[in-house]
Design a protein around this ligand. Structure first.
Ligand code: PEP
Ligand code: MG
Length: 953
């Protein structure tokens, strides 16, 4: 026993079971053991226990995988021994032995992690074949062609996965063999030709690795098993895990299973399928198969398979049994199943079943249909739809009118809906390179899991071969990316970077548009338009003509029945507010007023306001001080002070006038902004934040002024303009901040220039008064940003309250309002109790709170954060999903402390995290009252809030 082994034994009371057998209607494991047996192993155990025909075998656990890596890439002796016992049991059970030349046992070695990672790890099939057993197999099957075909496949796969000899070398040799045999297909190769091919393959191996292809089946098995474990840390798998947030620590199980053959002749087949359509959710049996083929042919997308309905004609009995078993599996799991099967000489075997990946559209339909069919409760339906699915159904589609102007070049299989248009690229690397700045469509001959990075960068994916269940199509669907596969009209020359289709030759960089719902490929850059759901919500389509919308509405209704968190939207203009209302927002959680200042008709006034703010402030302070001195001065002093006062008023008059005039100009504009928002929100609460960003953001760029000045240099005329530009340049330079996200922002502005806060408060309250006068309801909430000390809030609150009293008195209208603060500075979170004394509500600005808690600038953290995530320093980008340990703790403690001082304090969040499902779970747990997010994320937030509420009950 090794040392590590002894340690393991000491730590665990009962000896750990590393290997789980299945066969003969019984399995050691169960369907609930995903974490230990992986999805595949657990599915097989469950099927076996349910009496479904599954080839027997055993699963080595994910724990063994972790041990494997801990021991530096070696399986512990005790696990190897346990495996040997399982293998012998399998041999006894089947009456066949691994390596027996007369009656050889052949096995497959497959990966299977607890979370589905389609095609990201390795598999070896037909293991156990060597120069002797191949003849035994030929005799037993009475089919030498099949035996040699299986052997050449095994050499190819084993060499690729275990020995590291590239698959393409063998593919090339296979192509040459087909040429020699004048055959287009592998099936055209005779036994003798395949036998010759095997010899050639073995020579390739000798040449490439300097050793013979291993003939000992037990060695083949041990090396394949280890290679499959190792593929957990392969580049593809790691990339996929990063993209999908799958923990590195899970590990993969390895399932060793007796081979059954779909390539034994015309009565054999292999296929994959779904119990419902994974793209649309339509309740129809859906799948693909190939006669006389092995599973890898279907999933690798090398041959375009046939639709499963044809199987009813070709293999009627196996088809009927497949329908019966898969329906049973769907009812058993109460979810859509994605299954793999093989028919060996008319006899059906199920190889795998798992939860079917689906598009957003399909997820909605399946969830709603299954409730209607009595398979699911509403609660379960909510749990079955992922927040990202909702995002997908709000995705744009090709504009129905504009698309008619674009020639349809070809039609493929609609693997994943949505629309995409962009320039075509032919390699994953190119997609990654160009995808940063352009919309790209990745065009590939075959779908392959190696394309994962490129697929991630592309807007859409288009392939020539491969079916709806090819791995890359499944991945695209999982990513919610528009994807068309099996578009056989494409002829791709990757080397010349040219795509020939519909009589045209398109070079890399040409525009194509994809309709992922119909499979149509259009020439040119077709514009996209709103999805069906959005069209109904905006009144452009009647709900009764929109089945997708109807399901969306129903699911949203179910969510609203169970969620506790309210959902608001971040919106600054009435049109966004209206969209937010359509999508179910119950108020505005953040109106960033600075966005209003950027409008063309305001920016000159904003610039004047900023350029004069400082001088006006100093002049006012000086005037106040002299006036104070004057009031208390001895008579002899007064003439001098009066002179000083006149001088100060003369000098300061201009900036004060300019500053105040600018504010006066802005007041009515802001008033109408706020009135528009109040009306759009029809009496729901509207949180308006006083001005926040650093002032220089509104000013012309330094370089631009310098360029203009350079152009004027030497010109006699335009002296006045030059002077003005110079003054502006000086001010711009004074205001310039190296790190704008930490500068003269938020309430700091309002403290130094209370006139700005007062102007905004006046505009808000006058708008509220006017809305009330017109007989409508209004609920303004004034929010003070970037507060770090209770005194800041107290001062700003006093300003706002004074304006409210003044406006009510002057206009003789009473209106409700509250004043609260953002909590976005860690000090504010720490002093939450004291701050709550001056606040009617808190709203966590988790963007700034994250920035300031970590000390990462929002502006440049993109330079290092991806590496932090990649290397596991951080579990994810904390600006996307809340940092549970740090920022999350501040949110919890500030909420508790705030409410301790002020019971019933309303608390929400309006940072980007308000639209992130994982963060919403934390906000639910922390007892927040609402989340606020961008309008299009509102449905997602409603669903995430409902799912979090359900988790707590
Ligand atoms: C925040 O900081 O979370 C926030 C909502 O404010 P902004 O993004 O405007 O700084
Ligand atoms: Mg902020």
């Amino acid at each position: 026993m090794t040392t590590t082994d002894t340690q393991t034994q000491k730590q665990t009371a009962a000896p750990t079971q590393w290997v789980y057998f299945f066969g003969d209607g019984k399995a050691d494991g169960t369907g609930r053991m995903r974490d230990i047996l992986g999805g595949k192993g657990a599915g097989i155990a469950e099927m076996t226990n349910a009496g479904i025909p599954v080839p027997p075998g055993y699963t080595i656990t994910t724990g063994a995988c972790r041990q494997f890596f801990e021991a530096g890439g070696r399986l512990l002796d005790s696990i190897v021994e346990e495996e040997e016992r399982a293998l012998q049991r399998l041999e006894r059970f089947l009456g066949r032995r691994l390596g027996d030349p007369e009656n050889p046992l052949l096995v497959s070695v497959r990966s299977g992690s607890p979370v589905s990672m389609p095609g990201m790890m390795d598999t070896v099939l037909n293991l156990g074949l060597n120069d002797q057993t191949v003849d035994g197999l030929a005799r037993k099957s009475k089919n030498p062609r099949f035996a040699y075909d299986s052997y050449r496949r095994f050499i190819q796969m084993f060499s690729d996965v275990v020995l590291g000899v590239p698959r393409s070398i063998f593919e090339h040799e296979l192509t040459l063999a087909k040429k020699r045999a004048r055959s287009k297909d592998d099936t055209g190769l005779e036994a003798e030709q395949l036998k010759d091919l095997v010899e050639r393959f073995k020579r390739i191996v000798r040449r490439e690795i300097g050793a013979d292809f291993p003939q000992d089946p037990r060695e083949q098995l041990a090396r394949s098993r280890d290679a499959v474990f190792r593929s957990w840390n392969g580049e593809r798998a790691m990339h996929y895990r990063r993209l999908n947030g799958i923990p590195e620590t899970l590990g993969t199980a390895v399932t060793v299973q007796a081979m059954v053959f779909g390539n034994l002749g015309p009565n054999s087949a292999t296929g994959v399928g779904f119990t419902r359509d994974p793209a649309t959710g339509e309740p129809r049996f859906y799948g693909e198969y190939l006669l006389n083929a092995q599973g890898e042919d279907v999933v690798a997308g090398i041959r375009t398979p046939l639709s499963i309905e044809r199987m009813e004609l070709e293999l009627p009995e196996a088809y009927a049994q497949l329908r019966e078993i898969t329906s049973r599996l769907e009812r058993h799991y109460r979810d859509v199943q994605d299954f793999e099967f093989t028919v060996e000489e008319g006899r059906l075997f199920m190889l795998q079943t798992r939860r079917g990946e689906r598009t957003g559209q399909a997820a909605l339909r399946i969830a709603v249909d299954m409730v209607e069919e009595g398979l699911l409760t509403k609660r379960e339906a909510i749990e079955r739809v992922e927040p990202d699915h909702l995002d997908q159904v709000l995705h744009p589609v090709l504009d129905p009118v504009e698309r008619r102007k674009h020639e349809i070049l070809a039609k493929g299989l609609p693997a994943s809906p949505g629309a995409a248009s962009g320039v075509i690229v032919f390699t994953s690397e190119e997609a990654v390179r160009r995808g940063h700045k352009e919309r790209v469509i990745l065009v590939r001959a075959e779908t392959s899991p190696d394309d994962i990075a490129g697929m991630n960068s592309a807007r859409g994916i288009l392939t020539a071969t491969g079916g709806m269940t090819s791995h890359a199509a499944v991945v695209a669907r999982g990513m919610g990316k528009c994807c068309i596969v099996g578009c056989t009209a494409l002829s791709i020359d990757e080397r010349a970077r040219v795509l020939k289709v519909g009589g045209r030759a398109l070079k890399e960089g040409s525009f194509l548009s994809l309709d992922g719902s119909t499979g149509e490929v259009l020439l040119g850059d077709a514009p996209t338009s709103d999805s069906e759901v959005v069209r109904v919500l905006t009144g452009k389509l009647k709900p009764e003509r929109a089945p997708l919308y109807q399901r969306f509405e129903l699911l949203m209704k179910w969510c609203d029945e169970v969620r506790r968190l309210r959902v608001r939207a971040n919106a600054d203009v009435p049109s966004d507010a209206r969209t937010a209302r359509y999508l179910g927002a119950e108020g505005i959680g953040l109106c960033r007023t600075e966005h209003m200042f950027f409008a063309e008709d305001r920016i000159p006034h904003v610039v004047t306001m900023i350029l004069n703010a400082q001088e006006a402030r100093q002049a006012k302070l000086l005037i106040e001080r002299i006036k104070g001195d004057l009031a208390e001065a001895a008579r002899s002093e007064k003439p001098r002070l009066r002179k000083e006062l006149a001088a100060a008023q003369g000098k300061g008059g201009e900036p004060i006038r300019a500053f105040e005039t600018a504010l006066k100009k802005l007041l009515p504009l802001q008033r109408s902004d706020f009135r528009g928002l109040f009306l759009a929100m029809e009496g729901c609460p509207v949180t308006i934040r006083t001005l926040d960003p650093p002032l220089h953001e509104f000013l012309p760029k330094r370089e631009q002024i310098q360029r203009e000045l350079a152009a004027l240099r030497g010109a006699r005329t335009n002296d006045a303009r030059k002077k003005r530009l110079l003054a502006t340049l000086t001010r711009v330079e004074e205001l310039h901040e190296f790190n704008p996200m930490l500068g003269f922002r938020g309430c700091r502005l309002g403290i130094l220039h209370p006139e700005i806060t007062r102007m905004q408060a006046r505009a808000i309250f006058e708008a509220a008064a006017s809305v009330i006068r017109s007989g409508k309801r209004v609920m303004p909430e004034i929010m003070i940003p970037l507060v770090g000390d209770p005194k800041e809030l107290a001062l700003q609150r006093a300003e706002v309250e004074a304006v409210a009293t003044e406006v009510m008195g002057r206009l003789k209208v009473e209106f409700p309002y509250t004043i609260g603060t953002m909590i976005e500075v860690p000090r504010a979170a720490i002093l939450a109790g004291e701050i709550a004394e001056h606040a009617d509500f808190f709203s966590f600005g988790t963007n700034d709170l994250t920035q300031l808690t970590f000390g990462y600038s929002r502006d440049d953290s993109g330079r290092f954060l991806p590496e932090y995530v990649r290397t596991g320093i951080l579990p994810q980008d904390p600006f996307v999903s809340i940092d549970v340990k740090g920022v999350g703790t501040l949110v919890r403690s500030a909420t508790l402390e705030g409410r301790r001082k002020k019971p019933g304090l309303k608390v929400g969040v309006c940072g980007e995290h308000g639209g992130d499902a994982a963060s919403i779970a934390l906000f639910e747990d922390a007892g927040l009252d609402y989340v606020s997010c961008s309008p299009f994320r509102v449905p997602l937030a409603r669903l995430a809030a409902a799912r979090s509420a359900l988790k707590r009950t």
